[in-house]
Design a protein around this ligand. Structure first.
Ligand code: GAR
Length: 207
């Protein structure tokens, strides 16, 4: 059984896709051990509560220094004793101590086709705003392992989504979630839970 911690910062629709995947059997051998948010009062925490999943808040606002917050976040995750950390819309720079302690055990969902529209400053709606200003006709989402860079780790799955001429950032964000994110994030977790991934030299092979 793969025990996972899901880290969130907002609405938690990707968390919901994971919960639904476990409940409907499209994700197997997996248990959500805990949900951790960096913000109080986000809807993702409500979703965890509605499904009887343990949750906690570790907010930078409650600590004097970034180091103290990083340490508390690591302690909270260590305490949960998980095999995989899933960043499901967790909009915090992942501390290096966490990456080192959980090498190839952290995955992230990013709302573009990496290496386009990723890296520092590209998160949430900003990604879709940039996609629309550049006028690209295809975008999508990527699930990848997390390494020390921003959105540079080994790519697990990607799915393309069409951009329509009349899209607003909000409309495009919703389509990318519906057509890509909510499918490839649960799928990646299922692959990991069933030992179907191999990482070699920054490349992932599906076995
Ligand atoms: C999702 O679109 C996710 O891809 C994005 O934040 C949103 C969270 O939505 N993540 C990033 O931009 C990470 N760089 P959710 O809370 O409804 O899952």
């Amino acid at each position: 059984m793969l025990k996972i911690a899901v880290l969130v910062s907002g609405g938690g629709t990707n968390l919901q896709a994971i919960i639904d995947g476990i409940e409907n059997g499209s994700i197997t051998n997996t248990k959500i051990e805990t949900v951790i948010s960096n913000k109080k009062d986000v809807y993702a925490l409500e979703r965890a509560k509605n499904h009887g999943i343990k949750s906690s808040v570790v907010s930078p606002k409650d600590f004097d220094t970034r180091e103290a917050f990083n340490k508390a976040l690591l302690e909270e995750i260590d305490h949960a004793q998980v095999d995989l950390i899933v960043l499901a819309g967790f909009l915090v720079i992942i501390p290096e101590i966490l990456i080192k302690s959980y090498r190839n055990k952290i995955i992230n969902i990013h709302p573009s086709l990496i290496p386009a529209f990723c890296g520092a400053g590209y998160y949430g709606l900003k990604v879709h705003e940039a996609v629309l200003s550049r006028g690209v006709k295809l975008t999508g989402a990527t699930v990848h392992f997390v390494d020390e860079g921003t959105d540079t780790g080994p790519i697990i799955l990607q799915k393309a989504v069409e951009v329509n001429q009349e899209d607003t950032p909000e409309v495009l964000q919703r389509r990318v979630m519906e057509e890509a994110e909510w499918h490839i994030l649960p799928q990646a977790i299922d692959l990991i839970a069933n030992h179907k991934l191999e990482i070699k030299e920054n490349r992932v092979t599906i076995l």
